[in-house]
Write a protein that binds this ligand. Structure first.
Ligand SMILES: [Zn+2]
Length: 179
């Protein structure tokens, strides 16, 4: 027995030393693996184009403050125009809506006191086709119920430079263009 043990110890001594992995290497690898997993999880659940769009839209959209939108100018909703617009947005069952906002404008101060809903020819969750707004319209607005606060290539293509165009991408969130 005694000899066997001695022999065993000797053999163990002759074994090559196990490779030591430096601590910094372990930590760096762990960090890289964690970041890769996190990245994969994020891109799996949220398409990256949507993240970019969402962040950019947040910086360009305008939120209602009381009855006003303060953008490059000031839009003030009078009478019950804002309530009518918000009701139309909420009751569209997730479909896009279109409205023509009318009133008076002096420089970049716009008062909206009338809202006209043009006849809708087709609407779904990502498009609306309606009759054009009357000539006295100050703001031609349609909704993006998806929350995407960007003008689509189609929105830009049909823009005639005649008035302000706007997207309503939330009950209180708007994106205006064409001051
Ligand atoms: Zn649009």
């Amino acid at each position: 027995m005694q000899r066997d043990l001695e022999q065993e110890i000797k053999e163990l001594d002759q074994l090559p030393e196990p490779i030591k992995i430096p601590n910094w290497f372990k930590k760096t690898s762990l960090l890289l693996i964690s970041l890769t997993l996190l990245y994969l999880i994020v891109i799996y659940f949220i398409p990256s184009s949507y993240i970019i769009e969402f962040l950019a839209a947040r910086s360009t959209s305008t939120n209602l403050q009381n009855n006003q939108l303060i953008d490059e100018g000031v839009i003030t909703f009078e009478n019950n125009t804002l309530q009518l617009l918000q009701t139309a947005y909420k009751t569209a069952n997730g479909n896009e809506i279109k409205a023509c906002l009318q009133g008076s404008r002096s420089n970049n101060n716009i008062l909206i006191n009338k809202i006209h809903f043009p006849e809708i020819l087709h609407q779904d969750f990502k498009s609306v086709i309606a009759k054009p707004c009357p000539p006295n319209t100050l703001i031609d607005i349609h909704s993006h119920p998806s929350g995407r606060c960007f003008f689509s290539p189609h929105d830009i293509a049909v823009y005639d430079n005649q008035n302000i165009i706007a997207i309503m991408c939330g009950v209180n969130t708007f994106h205006l263009y064409g001051w």
